[in-house]
Design a protein around this ligand. Structure first.
Ligand SMILES: Cc1ncc(COP(=O)(O)O)c(C=O)c1O
Length: 406
């Protein structure tokens, strides 16, 4: 075992044992020789599992052909990937740019919304997470951690997954009041269709229907941050298709890169003209061939393996198992929820306010039993975003381990 306290990384976060030697499918293998079920596909990225041999082959082929072009040129693979994304975007009639990280895709959307509307203000959820570059951080958790503080940010509450109609209506009213009072300043609304870091909260279709209506009424763009929900995670290509709520732009990352640093921003066709925009955009790795090869392979696998259906079915199976666990007295888990293979449940210990220590102990025990879990929301919420090819028996294994450690 290596000593994780003596590495040469900037210690921006604490690391846990084991050091990973390799991955295969839904499992990673530590330098302790043990297998671990990687229940969250790395950081929700390796959605076809680890070390897919055909993906490795495609990357090798692409590396032998063309890794990168200058920002003013395109390779054939990239043109094909943009066509593929346009096809799966459906009614959005989506036009794409390939970038590298989620934050970068969010920055792109914010930058173009401000340009297109010629306004600076952004509405966001008070518990949303969008990345840590300054623009993205200005709307992460309502911008409270952004330094310097950014003006023109308008946080609104997220209605809870299990909220009744009255609470949802109240959230809509606060949203409407915000647009009404500041519509001269607001360019866009940026929201996660499922608020993951903030506690795996699913505001639902009724809420977003109202948000779309009000954005139209007040001439404000609606941007969905689909960095986690996008690229098949919810059982549709994008969560806006699950919600039947058409945004104006989306940012998508994680799954679209199959474990590599690829993100995309997509803009609705109605905004795109042949003359292009007066404001240009360039980033060293935009529209690169390697990103395109990954995107094309991802779309091919999801379609050929009928993964959209599989994600819905496995998601439902996983959810039912979690719900059963919640119904077990004394287990200390409640409020199982999910959409496709994006699921969560809350830890529940009577009298406990701060779940960080409890979660840390739980996570350590899960790893000892061979399962890597992830918490969020101050350790209160467990989230489950496994790879799309996860087997039913691996879901069962996860449930058994949870039952055991809880
Ligand atoms: C919804 C959402 N948006 C944006 C980001 C930022 O992505 P990245 O870390 O790739 O910059 C994340 C990362 O977790 C995310 O979950």
């Amino acid at each position: 075992m290596s000593d994780l306290e003596n590495t040469y990384f900037i210690p921006v976060i604490g690391w846990h044992e084991p050091v990973i030697s390799y991955g295969n499918g839904s499992y990673v293998y530590g330098n302790d020789g043990k297998a671990y079920l990687d229940l969250n596909s790395g950081q929700f990225c390796t959605v076809l599992g680890h070390s897919d041999p055909e993906l490795a082959k495609r990357l090798e082929q692409n590396a032998g052909r063309i890794a990168h072009t200058n920002t003013g040129m395109l390779c054939e693979e990239a043109i094909k990937a943009a066509e593929n994304l346009h096809r799966i975007s459906g009614e959005l009639d989506g036009y794409s740019i390939f970038l590298s990280t989620g934050a970068e895709a969010v920055e792109f959307c914010i930058r173009y919304a401000k340009f297109l509307k010629n306004k600076q203000g952004i509405v966001c959820f008070d518990k949303g997470y969008h990345g840590l570059t300054l623009g993205a951080q200005s709307i992460t958790y309502g911008g409270v951690y952004a330094r310097p503080e950014v003006d023109g940010i308008y946080p609104v509450p997220v209605p809870d997954t299990f909220a009744d109609n009255a609470v949802v209506q109240q959230a809509v009213e606060i949203f409407e009041k915000t647009l009404k009072n500041h519509c001269d300043e607001i360019a866009a609304v940026v929201m996660e269709p499922i608020v993951s870091v903030g506690g795996m909260i699913i505001p639902g279709a009724e809420y977003f229907k109202e948000i779309r209506r009000l954005c139209d009424q007040y001439d404000v763009m609606l941007i969905f941050d689909e960095c986690q929900t996008g690229f098949a995670r919810t059982g549709e290509w994008f969560a806006y298709q699950t919600l039947e709520c058409l945004p104006d732009m989306i940012a998508c990352a994680k799954a679209v890169g199959l474990g590599y640093p690829v993100s995309i921003a997509m803009m609705a066709g109605k905004y795109v003209t042949k003359e292009g925009f007066k404001m240009t955009h360039y980033s060293s790795h935009q529209n690169d061939g390697f990103a395109a090869a990954i995107i094309n392979y991802g779309i091919e696998c999801v379609e050929n393996e009928k993964l959209l259906t599989a994600i819905k079915e496995k998601g439902q199976y996983f959810l039912e198992k979690l719900q059963n666990l919640c119904n077990d007295d004394g287990v200390g888990l409640c409020k199982a929820r999910g959409c496709g293979l994006m699921l969560g449940a809350d830890l529940y210990v009577p009298g406990l306010d701060n779940y960080r220590g409890y979660y840390a102990e739980l996570s350590k025990r899960a790893v000892e039993k061979g399962v890597i879990i992830q918490g969020t929301n101050g350790g209160r919420t467990l989230r489950f975003l496994p790879d799309y090819r996860i087997r039913y028996e691996d879901i069962d294994f996860c449930i058994e381990v949870l039952k055991d450690i809880l």
